[in-house]
Structures are given as structure tokens and as C-alpha cells.
Design a protein around this ligand. Sequence first.
Ligand SMILES: [Zn+2]
Length: 220
Amino acid sequence: MTYTYPFTAFIGQDLMRLGLLLNAVNSKIGGMLIRGEKGTGKSTVVRALAAILPEIDVVEACPFQCNFHAADLMCPYCRKAEVLLPPTKSINLAERKLRTMPTGGTTPLCAGMALGLKIAKKALQRKRVPWPRIVLITDGRANIGLEKIKDGTPLPLHEEVLSMAKSIGKENHIRSLVLDTEEKQPAALGMAREIARRMNARRVPIHGLQPKSIVEALLE
Ligand SMILES: [Zn+2]
């Protein structure tokens, strides 16, 4: 059986203990670096504190193990959207990337939509694609935002998303499609429906969807 020396039984090193306790109370402090001679109790006191901290759900694949439920404390890595596959004509490459696409973790929906819009606009400017399309697969729920401030207070996540949807909707040369993955249930918010409306996009519920119908919806 492993035994953890109790935190409360540790005598001395008051500053180190105070620093650790402050970090436990508010993780916005951002951590603490401890260094010192061998035998001063560094590991003992850190392990003792870790033993009394509650378990948290961490964001999968985050190198800093951000708390999944504390969006305002998340690292830049958890906040950003990423281009996994730049526009390509290679179906093989696209298939491979889609198959190995990491899922889980955070949903920075607004950042993803902004990035999609940027790529579509670039394609339009370079005249490579006359009608770029944005296909958004979503249940309309974001759990992390761009932290936009309006009138001194942070904009709620859903407002941020809807305002971005409106920006996409204003682009007359970009056609959009929303594949709505929200489950049909009494508590459904219909957020994907609202996003599609603001994006000026067609909305197709994911239930019973066939690959052919996605192509048809896109070609319309
Ligand atoms: Zn993180």
C-alpha cells in the first residue's frame, strides 16, 4: 500500500506551502516552480497536496491537462481552431486526414467558423474557386470562445457564435451548409438551426443522412 504523507503534518517551508495552497485555491495563478536543496521536502509536500485535490476531467490531448469544465482557464492550445487539411484536390489525402482526425477535447466553434471563413475568402480572392462552400458539422454547442468583450463584459458563447454566423451569411459568394448533429430530444436548443439561419445556409439534419444527399445539398 502506498502512503502519502499528510499535507497538514508538514512543518516548515511556510512560503512553499502558502504558494501551493494559493495555486490550489485559484489556478489562474498559473502554477509554481519549486527548487531547493535535496531533503527540503519538495516532493513530499507537493505529493501531499496532490493527494487532497479533487479529480478533474482534463481536455484530451492538451499538453497542459486543462480542466475541461473551466473554459476561462484554458490554454491557447485548447482555444484555437486548426486547419487539418488545407483545400486540396487529393481525395486520398482528404480521406486519410478525415479518418485520423482527432475528436474530443474542446469545441472552439467560433474560432473554427472564423478560420473556415478566412480560408473560403482566400480561395475566392485567388479566384481558384468561384463558389467556395463552408460545410459546418455541429450541434451548435461551443464550450470555448474567442473572449470578445462587448460593453465591458465578455460576450456569451452563443452570441459570439451567432454573430460569426451572421458574418458568414453576409458573404454572398460563399455558400454554406450546416449538418445539424443535435439529437432530437425535448431539451434540444435548436442552436444549429439558428446558426444555419444566420449563415444563410441550408440545414440538413444528420439523422438518416446519406453521402449522396450531402453532395446533392452542396450542389444545389
Ligand atoms: Zn489546454
